[in-house]
Design a protein around this ligand. Structure first.
Ligand code: CTP
Ligand code: MG
Length: 227
C-alpha cells in the first residue's frame, strides 16, 4: 500500500514569539517547513505529502515548493489532532499515514527507514520514533515547583514524530478520541486509547521539535551537519 506523509503545519507558534509562525522562519538557507517537506518528499518510499495549513496562512504560496506535483494542501483545525484528521480525510483507508510535525526539520532518511520496518510487523499496529529518557525524572506536588517524588525512568521514552499507522485505523482512532474528549497530543495516544499496540523505534536525538527561540541555533547546527 501507498505511504503518505501528513504534515500538521497549521500552528501559530505562540511559544516562539516570532513575527510569523515558526515553520516560516529561515534556517540554513530555507524555511523550516521546506526542510521538513524536502526530508520526506526526497524519500523513495513516500508517494505524496499532504500539508495542513492555517486557514489564514499568507506565507505558504510564496514558498518555492508550493505547487509541486507531490504536494497537496488542506485546511488545518483548532488543535494539532484536528489538522491531522483533516489531512487523513483525503487518503484511502488501506494506505499508511506517516505523520510528522512541520516543526521537526532535522529528520533524516535513516530514521524514516527504521520506522518503515513496522509495516512488516504483525505484533504492532504501527509505530513512532522515540528516545529513551536520560535525565532523572521528578514528579512535583500538584501545581507546585517542589518535589513529591522521583519517578523511575526505566521504560520511559520521549515520543517524537514521524508516527506511522494504517490510515483507516488512525482516522477512526483520532475521531473517537476527540469525540470522547481525551487529550490527544500525538497519533499514538489515540491508537493506544483504541487498544492498539504501538512500537517504539529508537530515534536520532537530532530530530528535535523547534518550540522556543533557543531551539533555532541547535536546529541550524543539525541541518548543517546533514549536508
Ligand atoms: N499544529 C497544527 N494545527 C494546530 C496546532 C499545531 O497543524 N492547530 C502543528 C504545528 O504547526 C507544528 C506541530 O503541530 O508543526 C506541533 O505543534 P507545536 O510545536 O505545538 O506548534 P505550535 O502550536 O505552532 O506552537 P505553540 O504551541 O507554541 O503555539
Ligand atoms: Mg501547539
Amino acid at each position: 500500500p501507498a505511504i503518505y506523509a501528513v504534515i500538521p503545519a497549521a500552528g501559530i507558534g505562540t511559544r516562539m514569539q516570532a513575527d510569523r509562525p515558526k515553520q516560516y522562519l529561515t534556517l540554513a538557507g530555507k524555511t523550516i517547513l521546506e526542510h521538513t517537506l524536502n526530508a520526506l518528499a526526497s524519500h523513495a518510499a513516500i508517494s505524496e505529502v499532504i500539508v495542513a495549513l492555517h486557514p489564514d496562512d499568507p506565507y505558504f504560496t510564496d514558498l518555492p515548493v508550493a505547487g509541486s506535483p507531490w504536494l497537496t494542501t488542506v485546511t488545518g483545525g483548532n488543535e494539532r489532532a484536528d489538522s491531522v484528521l483533516n489531512a487523513l480525510r483525503a487518503l484511502s483507508d488501506d494506505s499508511w499515514a506517516l505523520v510528522h510535525d512541520a516543526a521537526r526539520p532535522c529528520l533524516d532518511h535513516e530514521d524514516i527507514d527504521r520506522l518503515l520496518t513496522v509495516t512488516d510487523r504483525d505484533d504492532v499496529a504501527g509505530g513512532i520514533l522515540a528516545t529513551p529518557v536520560r535525565d532523572t525524572m521528578k514528579r512535583a506536588h500538584a501545581g507546585q515547583a517542589t518535589v513529591a517524588h522521583t519517578e523511575s525512568r526505566d521504560d520511559l521514552w520521549h515520543a517524537l514524530t514521524p508516527q506511522l499507522f494504517p490510515t483507516g485505523l488512525l482516522r477512526q482512532a483520532l475521531t473517537d478520541g476527540l469525540a470522547a474528549g481525551q487529550p490527544i497530543t500525538d497519533e499514538a495516544s489515540a491508537m493506544e486509547l483504541a487498544g492498539f499496540e504501538v512500537a517504539l523505534i529508537d530515534a536520532n536525538p537530532a530530530n528535535i521539535k523547534i518550540t522556543r527561540p533557543a531551539d533555532l541555533p541547535l536546529a541550524a547546527f543539525y541541518l548543517q551537519q546533514q549536508t
